[in-house]
Design a binder for this molecule. Structure first.
Ligand code: FRU
Length: 528
């Protein structure tokens, strides 16, 4: 009898996933169809050197690991529509995190549910016994989300499961003992497991989001998990998602700290969703944050679910990650046609010790520089009002590196403007008096697809007490990534002008802005 019931519920589950899937079939274009056309990456609004799925919907980066010379990137994927639906894990790989190859889907929904976010680890010592030490298994941890249970208001519709690969991450086998962490407490938001090896206790540690906190579990073998502790902020009842936990060396020292990343579903600094972090200690059981409240990994609106790659070789030693370059406030309505959503540039995280705290800085990975063409150097300049930059670069696909001499600068505000011939524009203004940088995309496109997108000018705190301000801007068709003072502040923003931005100018209001040096690089695309 039990077996019959199980079979029935399995069939129901699969058909629920398929029903949700088939409703949207008419408009669907597949990766295979799209990539056949040599021109697919030339579509309107398609970034030229950021990762995008060839076709259809993408959100969070998932299951990232490095193995045998390849960086693997999985991602929340709905292959049957350009809006969110029953989740799969899309898959791509790259030798440099910049130039990607699209691969067949890694994980499909099954009888337990659809495949929500999670991570993957290379089980080098075969602790799981799912492979051998000669051929270590790669083990993915993910949330099984059961739509049928959710509709029936069961509250335990999210559970943690694993899958493993014995061929370096291409073919995946779901573990027969799934789920490995059932939802016994019936927590509605119970998801996004990410695993790290804890050397001192010789255990795997799994962190997952449980509504307004994270929970930690430990395991010797990736299959048997024991709950060990949780961590949250008293009084904070925002929804936490996509946590990540890792040790990181403090730059220029022998000291190590632990970082806990959590993405927050609302009340981010500029509204909507954003990624934050805590720096602290993890002793194998408990995470203790050095500070009461978290800091923002990125002050812009468009870097969510940022997580790190597993198994980066010791000789490399970097902590590398990537984020989803969108925001749940408008992600599903942005004006792209055959695909939706882009990843940020991959970034290197560095932990920097300040006077009385630690800060996580992030910069584009050095491999990004291989996209650079020949720079136009502008040298020293004094800007009054507005100066359009002319050179051999396209303003919609370029990198600007400039150093502002804050001591010499007399302007109340100074900045940078991207504009097209329709006068749609995006401006970045630095305001010494306010101690802020303002990013204004409110007039960056005519097509007002979402009020939340165009409503506010966004802001981030800037330290103007230094002698110089270093600004790096990376523009790719529909996105700008701003790195201030070598990654001390990140600001990521997407925009959708009716025509590409065709000029970049420097601005100074009520006085002069003194620029020590400015270089503009044209950037090559990755899809040719
Ligand atoms: C974050 C998130 C995750 C979840 C996934 C579903 O963007 O909501 O918490 O696993 O997206 O696609």
């Amino acid at each position: 009898m039990n077996k019959i019931l199980l079979l029935l519920s399995t069939l129901l589950m699969i058909s629920a996933c398929q029903n949700e899937t088939s409703q949207k079939k008419d408009t669907v274009v597949t990766t295979q169809e799209v990539t056949k056309s040599a021109d697919y990456y030339k579509e309107k609004n398609r970034p030229q050197f950021h990762f995008t799925p060839a076709a259809n919907w993408m959100n969070d980066p998932n299951g990232m690991f490095y193995y045998e010379g390849k960086y693997h990137l999985f991602y929340q994927y709905f292959p049957d529509s350009t809006v969110w639906g029953p989740m799969h894990w899309g898959h791509a790989e790259s030798k440099d995190m910049i130039r990607w190859e699209h691969l067949p889907i890694g994980l499909y929904p099954d009888s337990i549910g659809c495949i929500f976010s999670g991570g993957a680890v290379v089980d080098i010592n075969n602790t799981s016994q799912l492979g051998t030490t000669e051929n270590p298994p790669i083990v993915a941890t993910f949330t099984h989300h059961d739509f049928v249970g959710e509709k029936a208001k069961s509250n335990d519709f999210q559970k943690q499961s694993i899958a493993y690969s014995l061929d370096g991450g291409y073919e995946w086998i779901k573990y027969k003992g799934n789920p490995v962490i059932p939802n016994t407490e019936k927590i509605k938001d119970f998801r996004d497991p990410k695993v790290v090896w804890h050397e001192p206790s010789q255990k795997w540690i799994l962190v997952l989001a449980a509504y307004d906190k994270v929970k930690f579990y430990a395991s010797p073998n990736l299959t048997d998990w024991e709950f060990i502790s949780d961590f949250g902020i008293k009084g904070d009842n925002r929804l936490w998602e996509c946590p990540d936990l890792f040790p990181i060396q403090v730059e220029g020292t022998d000291e190590y700290k632990w970082v806990l990343i959590v993405s927050i579903q609302k009340e981010a600094p500029n509204d909507g969703t954003a990624t934050s972090y805590f720096v602290g200690e993890f002793d194998g059981t408990t995470f203790k944050s050095d500070v009461k409240n978290q800091k923002w990994l990125d002050w812009g609106t468009d870097n969510y679910a940022f997580v790190t790659w597993n198994n980066i070789p010791k000789e490399d030693g970097r902590t590398l990650g990537i984020g989803w370059m969108s925001n749940w406030q408008y992600a599903q309505v942005v004006p792209t046609e055959t695909w939706r959503s882009t990843m940020t540039l991959p970034r290197e995280l560095r932990l920097v010790k300040g006077v009385n705290n630690y800060a996580l800085h992030s910069v584009p990975v050095k491999e990004f520089q291989t996209l650079r063409g020949e720079a136009t150097s502008f040298g020293q300049m004094n800007i009054t009002e507005e100066k359009v930059l002319e050179g051999s670069f396209s303003p919609s696909q370029a990198e600007l590196n400039l150093t502002v001499d804050l001591k010499q600068t007399t302007a109340n505000t100074f900045g940078i403007k991207l504009q097209n011939q329709l006068e749609e524009h995006l401006t970045i203004q630095f305001d010494k008096k306010a101690g802020k940088m303002f990013v204004d995309r409110t007039n960056s496109g005519k097509d007002k697809f979402s009020e939340a997108f165009y409503k506010n000018v966004h802001a981030a705190p800037i330290d103007f007490n230094k002698a110089k301000l270093d600004i790096q801007l990376i523009i790719d068709a529909t996105s700008i990534e701003i790195f201030i003072n070598n990654g001390a502040l990140n600001f990521t923003s997407i925009f959708f002008p009716s025509e590409k931005f065709s000029t970049i100018s420097l601005l100074a209001n009520n006085g002069t802005c003194t620029i020590d040096n400015l270089e503009v690089y044209p950037l090559n695309g990755i899809w040719q």
